[in-house]
Design a protein around this ligand. Structure first.
Ligand code: DQA
Length: 150
C-alpha cells in the first residue's frame, strides 16, 4: 500500500472560523475526515499533520522518506517565504504536490510566489478543501506512471 504524508501549515487549524469567505466553512476536522475517507477509497495509507511552526514542518519533511512514498503539502503562509521548506523537499527528493484551498494567483501579489512550488511537480489551487482529493489522485497517478508495470 502506498503511503502519503499530508502536511498543513500555519493557521489551517483555524479552518471554518478563519476568513470563511476565502477558505470556506469546513473545519480542520472536516478536512482530516475528507482526506482520510478519500485515502481509504484510493487504498492509500496517510499521515496527516498540521503545524504553525516552520521548523516542525521541515522536521516532518525530513522524516518522510522513513515511511512514505510521497508528500502533499499546503505550506499556507510559509508558501510565500520559506526557502527552508523548499530545501527540505529538495533534500528528501520524494514526489510532492502543493495544494492551496484558495486561488493564490487571484489574490495579493505577495501570494503569487511559491518557494515549495519550485520543487513540487504540480500545484492544485482554488478548488477548496476538495483540492486535497485532487492532489491525492494526481500524486497516485504520478507514482503509478513512474513504476514499471510487470
Ligand atoms: C493558503 C494560501 C496562503 O496564501 C495563505 O497564507 C494560507 C492558505 C490556501 O490554502 O489557500 O494560509 O495556502
Amino acid at each position: 500500500m502506498l503511503r502519503f504524508m499530508i502536511i498543513n501549515g500555519p493557521n489551517l487549524n483555524l479552518l471554518g472560523r478563519r476568513e470563511p469567505e476565502i477558505y470556506g466553512s469546513a473545519t480542520y476536522a472536516d478536512l482530516v475526515k475528507l482526506i482520510s475517507k478519500h485515502c481509504q477509497e484510493m487504498q492509500v495509507d496517510c499521515k496527516i499533520m498540521q503545524s504553525n511552526h516552520e521548523g516542525a514542518i521541515v522536521d516532518a519533511i525530513q522524516s518522510a522518506p522513513d515511511y512514505c512514498d510521497g508528500i502533499i503539502i499546503n505550506p499556507a503562509a510559509y508558501t510565500h517565504t520559506s526557502v527552508a521548506i523548499l530545501d527540505a523537499l529538495r533534500a528528501v527528493g520524494l514526489p510532492a504536490v502543493e495544494v492551496h484551498i484558495s486561488d493564490v494567483d487571484k489574490r495579493e501579489d505577495f501570494r503569487h510566489i511559491s518557494y515549495p512550488g519550485m520543487y513540487c511537480f504540480k500545484t492544485i489551487k482554488g478548488e477548496g478543501i476538495q483540492g486535497y482529493c485532487t492532489a491525492i489522485d494526481v500524486l497516485l497517478q504520478h507514482i503509478w506512471e513512474q513504476k514499471p508495470t510487470i
